[in-house]
Design a binder for this molecule. Structure first.
Ligand SMILES: CC(=O)N[C@H]1[C@@H](OP(=O)(O)OP(=O)(O)OC[C@H]2O[C@@H](n3ccc(=O)[nH]c3=O)[C@H](O)[C@@H]2O)O[C@H](CO)[C@@H](O)[C@@H]1O
Ligand SMILES: C=C(OP(=O)(O)O)C(=O)O
Length: 509
């Protein structure tokens, strides 16, 4: 075995352990070894016998460290089945990753309730772990507890994990209060064409942050004496840039005004969390945020992020394309109202329960029951807008819904340079999808789906859209390399199976 191979196995063990919600000591106990031996295994510094590999597999109740796991994960979908029953929406990837970064604002302990067990969260946990933050899953893996070290070891940041997510950018806001010189690897995330960091850098300049981008990293230096002297006007109403400005403003002892802020769901979750840290924020849910920060924050904080509107839209689309009666519980309806209004105009039949609140006590939820409906294409084009508007991440689902409807649906994704293109993959499953230009696709319905074998595009939502079309297509389809889906959805295949889908997970040997 080479060193790199050991390091790879070590990473797999670590991911599997985190997935099971075990600490290194708990795994060590199950294996009859020491915590330091587990630590060596995870960092690739311990030779492993096949017997030990098998024991680890047993202890983690997973074939994760079997020969097959090193390869990518694939799905085999037996389509053409109706879904039925009820399925819960989980907490959102986008709020969870922001909150993980926000945990660096306090020297106290952060408890996050019901955090989705998704790859994107694991990547940020790996990054935080590498700089010294201790994390452990508690309450049978339902909740997550984070404890910062006395001093972060920023030079040890796990670059591989950081490069696989764009959310790592949100470390800039908290870190500028903790260090006057640090480095963050270039951010990854969905490959949707150029995704600028310029708005982040321009917003954070007001807090004394200067960044040069060389050698695969953002090199940050901070002039601690600089703080915003006038309102920060964001050059784009982006979600993560707003969050970064909020994270920086939270520990600015004065008042920071952020204009052209995104009022979107993940930003609201972050604001509610910051309020628990004692940061007062006016204008939550609007485009002007007035933040009364605190120079030092040292309290413990306990917060339950809200449900994911994009997952809700995904499940709703699953019901629509499979012509199913399905109840989607815990839908954050405030962030899906426009999508629902459009779908209703298209002929979607659904009912919703009276509203109730999410565990954060703020976000409005409802349970939606979707019925098989005869849909007509929307009269107007589907295009996203910053909230309130059709959420950009929900736009791809209109391609698969449009395919199921009678008539022509025009989808105009002005936001991303490179996302609409992936929707043309639906033609390989029988849909009539024409790319008019890189931003616009024309979908002609109704479709007769047919099975196929495809590789996931490098973009989360288009990948899920393809999976949904496979659920609708009679016969057995295969979707290869679904890491990108696991980035944002917890056990999607298993959960869809619980409402009648038949999806099998397999891996290359
Ligand atoms: C972790 C996280 O929260 N990710 C979300 C966040 O990413 P994030 O905030 O990183 O989104 P980007 O910064 O990539 O912005 C998305 C795109 O919108 C463009 N843009 C945005 C706002 C604007 O007013 N004008 C404009 O042109 C940007 O140039 C870019 O092309 O927001 C995106 C847009 O809602 C979502 O798809 C992502 O799921
Ligand atoms: C584009 C997305 O995510 P990210 O910002 O993590 O790439 C998404 O959630 O669809």
């Amino acid at each position: 075995m080479t060193d790199t191979y050991l390091a790879r196995i070590g990473k797999l063990i670590r991911t599997a352990r985190l997935h099971r919600g075990l600490t290194q000591s708990q795994l060590a106990e199950a294996l009859g070894t020491s915590q330091s031996a587990v630590n060596r295994m995870e960092s690739g510094q311990q030779n492993l016998s096949l017997e030990m590999v098998a024991r680890i597999g047993g202890a983690l109740d997973s074939e994760i460290v079997s020969l097959g796991y090193a390869g990518p994960m694939h799905l085999r979908v037996e389509g053409g089945r109706r879904l039925s029953g009820a399925i819960d929406v989980r907490t959102s990837k986008n709020a969870c990753v922001a909150l993980l970064c926000a945990s660096l604002l306090t020297t106290g302990r952060t408890t996050l309730r019901g955090v989705a067990r998704i790859e994107e969260v694991y990547r940020i946990l790996e990054v935080l772990g590498s700089i010294g933050v201790r994390s452990r899953w508690i309450n049978d893996g339902a909740d997550l507890e984070l404890t910062p070290p006395a001093r972060l070891s920023l030079d040890d940041m796990d670059a591989d994990a950081a490069r696989r997510t764009r959310s790592v950018l949100m470390l800039l806001g908290p870190l500028l209060h903790l260090s006057d010189r640090f480095r963050i690897p270039y951010a990854g995330g969905c490959d949707l064409g150029t995704r600028s960091v310029a708005p982040h850098l321009s917003a954070l300049r007001a807090f004394g942050l200067h960044v040069t981008a060389t050698d695969g990293s953002y090199h940050a230096s901070v002039e601690a004496s600089v703080s915003p002297q006038r309102p920060i006007v964001l050059t784009e109403r982006g979600d993560t840039v707003t969050e970064n400005a909020l994270l920086a403003a939270a520990r600015n002892p004065g008042t920071t005004v952020i204009r052209n802020a995104s009022p979107n769901y993940m930003v609201q979750d972050l604001c509610f969390f910051l309020e628990l840290l004692g940061v007062r924020i006016e204008g939550i849910g609007t485009t002007t945020l007035v933040v009364h920060g605190k120079a030092d924050i040292d309290c413990d904080v306990d917060y339950a992020p809200a449900e994911d509107p994009v997952e809700a839209m995904s499940l709703l689309a699953a019901a629509v394309v499979t012509g199913s009666d399905l109840t989607i519980r815990r839908v954050p309806v405030e962030f899906l109202e426009i999508e629902l209004a459009v779908l209703e105009e298209m002929g979607l039949e659904y009912e919703s329960t009276p509203e109730y609140t999410s565990r954060n006590g703020r976000t409005r939820l409802t349970d939606l029951t979707v019925h098989p409906s005869k849909l007509t294409a929307p009269t107007d084009k589907i295009h996203p807008m910053p909230f309130p508007g059709i959420n950009i991440d929900n736009v791809p689902f209109f391609a698969v819904i449009g395919a199921a409807a009678n008539g022509t649906t025009l989808i105009h994704d002005w936001v991303y340079e490179n996302r609409a293109i992936y929707l043309t993959e639906l033609t390989r499953l029988g849909a009539d999808v024409k790319l008019l230009d890189p931003h616009r696709v024309l979908v002609q319905g109704p479709v007769r789906w047919r099975r196929n074998e495809l590789v996931c595009p490098p973009a989360l939502r288009p990948a899920v859209v393809i999976l949904l079309a496979m659920l609708a297509a009679e016969g057995t389809s295969v979707l290869r390399n679904v890491y990108v889906i696991n980035r944002g959805y917890e056990d999607l295949a298993e959960r869809l199976n619980s409402v009648g889908a038949r999806i099998e997970t397999f891996r290359d040997i």
